[in-house]
Design a protein around this ligand. Structure first.
Ligand SMILES: [Zn+2]
Length: 361
């Protein structure tokens, strides 16, 4: 759906960049489509926008809230109010929203354009760029779709640079769809994951067949992952958030936590010939060549990857999980999900769209 909005324009640093969804037309959208995800508005932002805050105006024009895009990306407009962003510990209630302006940084939020110093730069919490001087990567996650909320766009970029990236899935995600028998769900989600990997140009997809929803970070899981690391011999390992929350109070899935911790431990195990010596006997020689573990979805990101040219393929990789997305309530819109956070994060890396990782070495 196209939103009627002003032409987004990037002006010189320090001036407000305005993307205005204004007046009665926007009011119609907001009220006619209750629960309209604001992410869709952010996803409509075109190249050239670099903003970290949005100024959201109330219908009477008397109240404006300056809201971080990172919070806004997961917020919703409902009944003309903006709610539900993350972290939940912060909250903005703006009544009868009619206008949203993206402003280039915090200084511009509080100063008229003609009073902003010429040398002003956006006050962003900047991220370092992920080291891309490597050739082989292994992405290890709990479920089909875990990689496709952002990391897959980075993988598409690395593949385009000639790198080899393989996937190791700890489960088949068979317990992931309410109302669908695991015996039917597992094979379906495996095939969606294989198609998703094909779209970004990943190498093989291997499944370890641990039970979905009941993964434990025990020696058996560490052995399985260490074995794979010894066989694939990656320099870079990618996994998904091992921390307790996604930020704020949003509790992370037990499988993600277990797999993330097991991956970090197994990277060390893989390099120690005296740990799991039976692997050595089976021909999987110790491998200590992993130089970085990149944790996607971490609430403590440190590094980013420019995915401006790989956003579309990232969206397509999530869209491949069609059965899973359709079963969500409301159904997941892959463009909205992938683009909103990538566009909100891009300015922290000085690019249009980025995916962020916590680097563990
Ligand atoms: Zn998952």
């Amino acid at each position: 759906m196209e939103f009627p909005m002003s032409e987004p324009r990037l002006r010189t640093a320090g001036e407000p960049i305005t993307l205005t969804v204004d007046g009665d037309v926007a009011r119609e959208h907001v009220t006619a489509e209750r629960d309209q995800p604001i992410a869709r508005l952010l996803a409509a932002v075109e190249p050239g926008i670099a903003a970290d805050h949005a100024t959201v105006w109330s219908g009477d024009g008397l109240f404006a809230a300056s809201i971080p895009l990172s919070w806004l990306a997961s917020a919703r407009i409902s009944d003309g109010r903006i709610t539900g962003g993350a972290p939940a510990s912060r909250c903005w209630l703006v009544k009868d929203v009619t206008r949203i302006e993206l402003t280039a940084g915090r200084v511009a939020d509080s100063l008229p354009a003609d009073e902003v110093p010429e040398d002003w730069q956006p006050d962003l919490d900047l991220l370092a760029k992920v080291d891309e001087d490597w050739q082989r990567g292994l992405a290890i996650v709990a479920h089909p779709d875990d990689l496709e909320y952002g990391a897959a766009s980075a993988i598409a970029r690395w593949v385009s640079q000639g790198k080899q990236v393989d996937y190791l899935l700890v489960t088949s995600g068979e317990a992931g769809i309410a109302g669908m028998d695991p015996a039917q769900c597992g094979p379906l989600r495996r095939s969606e994951q294989i198609e998703s990997a094909r779209i970004v140009g990943a190498g093989g997809v291997e499944f370890l067949d641990h039970p979905d929803g009941m993964v434990v970070a025990d020696l058996s899981l560490r052995r399985d992952i260490a074995s794979a690391i010894r066989r694939y011999r990656p320099e870079t390992v990618v996994t998904v958030n091992h921390r307790e929350t996604w930020g704020g109070s949003s509790w992370n899935h037990a499988d993600h936590r277990a797999v993330g911790v097991a991956v970090l431990d197994a990277v060390r195990d893989a390099g120690n010939a005296w740990v799991f010596p039976e692997l050595q006997d089976a021909g999987a020689a110790a491998w200590s060549g992993v130089t970085q573990v990149l944790v996607a979805g971490s609430p403590q990101p440190t590094h980013g990857v420019d995915i401006t040219d790989h956003l579309e393929v990232g969206v397509a990789s999530l869209a491949a999980h069609a059965t899973y997305l359709a079963a969500l309530d409301p159904p997941g819109d892959p463009r909205q999900i992938v683009a909103a956070s990538a566009l909100a994060t891009g300015p922290r890396l000085g690019v249009r769209a980025a995916v962020v990782f916590e680097l563990v070495t």
